[in-house]
Design a protein around this ligand. Structure first.
Ligand SMILES: Nc1nc2c(ncn2[C@@H]2O[C@H](COP(=O)(O)OP(=O)(O)OP(=O)(O)O)[C@@H](O)[C@H]2O)c(=O)[nH]1
Ligand SMILES: Nc1ccn([C@@H]2O[C@H](COP(=O)(O)OP(=O)(O)O)[C@@H](O)[C@H]2O)c(=O)n1
Ligand SMILES: [Mg+2]
Length: 197
């Protein structure tokens, strides 16, 4: 059930393929605007780190580049949102929804979607960025095989989500192939147009 405390939440879903720069841009947005930032991937990795039996299951799915069950991610995000809602009404929900049902369930049980911030970049660029990140990230999924599977999962499951929200006029599409500061410049212009501040 939707929680009354989350009624005032303004939710920005941050989407883009693996390595498109969601996490990087979210950090810049947080620094300038003070919004709350929740990365569904980070929440899942924290659960894996905890070493719980559930964490072990999650790890296996993430190493295959597949999607973990909707119930788990949704519960993690909702709990985290309840703890933050007094800080700022704006929430950057990074890496979620990854499939249509994640979006509809979130909107029914947590809060409505204000806009979707979509970082668009070619697969080749995403792959190169992730291989580079993999040299130091320690992320089990930053290897060539898993990257290819993550790209496939993005195309088959997440692109339809972007189309769904685009049809509702809710998508801010940003070309994410430039430098970090160029991309952030565009984000700021787009936020200004929509009075997101
Ligand atoms: N050139 C360039 N590199 C970027 C940009 N944004 C991110 N990167 C690099 O690309 C890599 C991936 O960026 P992340 O922010 O981790 O991407 P993400 O979309 O959160 O990726 P996942 O967590 O795998 O979903 C990092 O090594 C960044 O340094 C950008 O705008 N331009
Ligand atoms: N909403 C989500 C977010 C992440 N995940 C899992 O967590 C992994 C890492 O997510 P992430 O957002 O950090 O990274 P990318 O897959 O976007 O590169 C994904 O490949 C999925 O296995 C998921 O199943 N559902
Ligand atoms: Mg990320």
């Amino acid at each position: 059930m939707a929680d009354a405390k989350l009624k005032k939440a303004k939710v920005i879903f941050v989407l883009g393929g693996p390595g498109s720069g969601k996490g990087t841009q979210c950090e810049k947005i947080v620094a300038k605007y003070g919004f709350n930032h929740l990365s569904s991937g980070d929440l899942l990795r924290a659960e894996v780190e905890s070493g719980s039996p559930r964490g072990k299951e999650l790890q296996a799915i993430m190493e295959k580049g597949e999607l973990v069950s909707l119930e788990i991610v949704l519960a993690l995000i909702k709990d985290a949102m309840l703890k933050l809602v007094d800080k700022s009404p704006y929430f950057l929900i990074d890496g979620y929804p990854r499939e249509l049902e994640q979006g509809t369930r979130f909107e029914a049980e947590v809060a409505g979607c204000h806009v979707v911030l979509y970082f668009e970049v070619t697969e080749e660029v995403m792959k190169q960025r992730l291989l580079k990140r993999g040299e130091t990230s320690g992320r089990a999924d930053d290897n060539e095989d898993t990257i290819l599977q993550r790209l496939r999962t993005f195309t088959s499951k997440t692109e339809p989500v972007i189309k769904h929200y685009a049809d509702k006029g809710k998508v801010i599409k940003v070309n994410a192939s430039g430098t970090i500061d160029e991309v952030f410049g565009v984000v700021q212009q787009e936020f200004a147009k929509r009075e997101i501040k």
